[in-house]
Design a binder for this molecule. Structure first.
Ligand code: IVH
Length: 671
């Protein structure tokens, strides 16, 4: 980026971030996720550090947090209220630990770990055990006196409980710091009420809590459900509270609520174990959290480590990976799928989202691109959750420079030049009708070999492409002609791997009808539809000669599927392919009926079974008329538990009273 572009980009970023802030804080509405806004702020501060001459005092990066509102008295903190540096990975956690070890060699380290609550920090001052003041964090040095407001909160003791062991905290100056939070359920209820009353909705629990505490009228606060959770206990002589572990125990005894899961760990690996344990489980907490606070347990050591910038060296915030980020669309290309569907795909500037680097995102179809108005060169918000395929949420039109290019769906297939068609007027997807299109071949073959189809080990994307490139195969039937000698001629194979692949192909010459049918890659034929067709028609000959009415008369098979099946078998190319399979001795087994004993029954499997793979279990369930589900729900009939089962499925099943059975019971049911 040159200087002029940088200047322009900085200006646009500032405007958009300010816009976001205005909507968020003034209008109580959200024009994008906080994660996306953070991503923009990050880009802005990077650009500003490359071009410091463009930093202006009104830049969002120059904000001094927490100025005192008019109407509130400013109160100086006894000790500065700091913020925390964020870390995102175990490597960064280790680097933090190493810095501490360097500064304090030889000290034995323990890590006090708690959930980081998403609320606002507050300091409570007790004199001789009596609550005197409540002060917001403000800019860290000076905060706002919100005593009248926090006195309405039930979770804040007006006087400290007198417990013998901790009675020293009842004399002299004692300060308790913690987080004021609004629970998710209370926030939802509040917004529901506001919605019904026609009032504007609040953006999130944290803002609502902060806004409430900074009201001048305490009766308003009394009517809003807020909770205080303590995380620190301060005395003039810090050695009176030797560790954070001690602080939490004392805080409970003195009458404060603290997080029950807070724990001391001996090493970073254990801390990360805790982090992983809570990544999913945090959804069940009453309040929002986006990570952990990890502190050196020893208070004296913590103090000795001191402060760097605005954060203590002795603590970090470990943040869970965000699910949204902003990046740029470098290009849009067309990917031709297994059944010829032409899907626009965005090529992105690589960006880290939810723990992995995202470089491409599906745009689904032409009308989706049009509707969202995504252009080449646009800055966009990208969303990715866990193993979900990344998706472009929306373009940030305010960041446009005018050089963005509108995407136009090509008229022809980029691979074979065939004119793209829409099967029906109402279809959203364009398709390449050329079944011999080279871009389809590898996907079809890979699909044929995939786990739920023929389940041929070692025939993934890379090997299929290598075999096609070498001219050894042109379609799925050709794989049965492969010899170890041919494979040895390719760089990817050595003697053992070549023999192994040929053997695993030859072992799959009489697949089940359902697997074979699914493996052909007929449009709209998923695993379950293939099973339904197979169990009704029982042979491939019967299916290939059935007419639309016969097909559509089957339970679960509609007009669209029926048409796709008839169309598939009507094509000469496909008839030739089937003949080729037959000539090579590859033919699906005739279906023997097992009586549909699992009809209307739904099974979930957790852990590994000793007698069969997950796919085999699924097939056995389906061929008996049952459904194989991926997660436990109200309609689940049985949870089958194998070795090393996952805890969450069992917990869910117990909660819903779903029968839980072991492998031998399951085997007995199959017979
Ligand atoms: S310990 C240096 N423990 O996170 C302050 N803080 O970014 C460390 N927070 O303003 C304090 N939950 O208000 C600590 N369990 C927890 C916390 C927590 C939320 C807030 C705190 C502080 C911010 C630091």
């Amino acid at each position: 980026m040159n200087k002029a572009n940088a200047k322009d980009r900085i200006k646009k970023l500032k405007d958009l971030i300010n816009d976001y802030r205005y909507h968020y804080h003034v209008l109580n509405e959200s024009i994008m996720s906080e994660e996306a806004a953070d991503s923009l702020k990050h880009e802005l501060s990077q650009l500003e550090s490359d071009y410091p001459e463009f930093i202006t005092p009104d830049s969002p990066t120059q904000r001094v947090a927490g100025a005192v509102l008019p109407g509130f008295t400013a109160i100086e903190h006894s000790r500065r209220m700091l913020s925390l540096n964020d870390v995102f990975t175990i490597e960064e956690m280790r680097a933090w630990e190493n810095r501490i070890r360097k500064l304090e060699p030889g000290s034995s380290l323990e890590f006090f770990t708690d959930i980081k609550m998403d609320g606002l920090a507050c300091a409570l001052v007790y004199e001789d055990g009596i609550l005197r003041r409540g002060v917001t964090r403000g800019d860290g040095f000076v905060g706002e006196d919100v005593t009248a407001n926090i006195r309405t909160m039930e979770s804040i003791p007006l006087s400290l409980r007198n417990v013998m062991k901790y009675s020293m905290f009842l004399s002299g100056y004692t300060e308790v710091r913690g987080e004021i939070v609004m629970y998710k359920k209370d926030f939802a209820r509040l917004n529901e009420e506001r919605g019904r009353a026609g009032l504007p909705l609040f953006a999130n629990p944290r803002n609502t809590a902060a806004g409430t505490i900074r009201q001048l009228d305490p009766s308003l606060v009394a009517n809003r459900p807020l909770h205080f959770r303590a995380y620190d206990l301060l005395r003039q002589d810090i050695s009176e509270v030797p560790t954070y572990e001690y602080a939490y125990k004392a805080l409970s005894a003195l009458g404060f609520s603290t997080n029950f899961m807070a724990t001391v760990f001996k090493g970073i690996v254990e801390v990360m174990g805790f982090a992983n344990e809570w990544e999913e489980k945090r959804q069940t907490l009453e309040f929002n959290t986006d990570g952990l606070v990890v502190k050196v347990n020893d208070r004296l050591l913590y103090e000795r480590l001191g402060v760097a910038g605005k954060a203590p060296r002795g603590a970090v915030a470990y943040k869970y990976a965000a699910e949204q980020a902003t990046t740029k669309v470098k290009d849009i290309f067309i990917s031709i799928g297994r059944t010829g569907t032409a899907t626009p795909v965005a090529v992105l500037d690589p960006v880290l989202i939810a723990g992995s680097t995202v470089q491409m995102a599906t745009l689904h179809n032409e009308s989706e691109v049009k509707k969202k108005d995504i252009r080449i060169g646009d800055s966009v918000i990208v969303h990715k959750a866990g193993d979900i395929i990344p998706e472009v949420v929306e373009p940030l039109t305010k960041l446009r420079t005018g050089k963005e290019k509108v995407f136009r769906m090509p008229k022809n297939c980029p691979e074979c030049g065939t004119v793209l068609i829409k099967q029906k007027k109402a279809d959203v997807a364009w398709r390449c009708p050329n079944t011999a299109c080279p871009s389809r071949a590898w996907k079809l073959i890979e699909h044929f070999a995939s786990k739920e189809a023929l389940d041929i080990d070692g025939l993934g994307e890379k090997n299929v492409i290598a075999l096609l490139d070498a001219g050894l195969i042109t379609d799925a039937a050709d794989i049965y002609k492969l010899t170890p000698e041919q494979l040895l001629g390719l760089e990817r194979f050595a003697e053992i791997s070549a023999n192994k692949l040929v053997n695993s192909i030859q072992a799959k010459k009489s697949p089940s009808l359902a697997r074979f049918l699914y493996g052909l890659g007929i449009r709209h034929i998923g695993v379950q539809t293939a099973i339904d067709l197979a169990s009704h028609f029982r042979t491939i000959e019967a299916i290939s000669t059935a007419n639309i009415d016969q097909l559509a008369s089957i339970d679960g098979i509609g007009e669209i599927v029926a048409e796709a099946v008839v169309e598939y078998f009507a094509e000469t190319r496909h008839q030739k392919l089937l003949q080729k399979f037959k000539d090579l001795g590859v033919w699906p087994k005739k279906v023997r009926h097992t009586g549909g004993k699992f009809k209307r029954m739904n099974f979930v499997l957790t852990g590994t079974l000793s007698t069969m793979s997950r796919e085999e279990a699924a097939e056995k369930i389906r061929t008996r008329g049952g459904t194989f589900q991926s997660s436990v729900g109200r309609d689940t009939s049985y949870l089958v538990v194998g070795d090393n089962p996952g805890g969450s499925k069992i917990a869910k099943a117990s909660k819903l009273n779903t029968p839980i059975i072991e492998e031998d019971e399951f085997l007995a049911m199959l017979d």
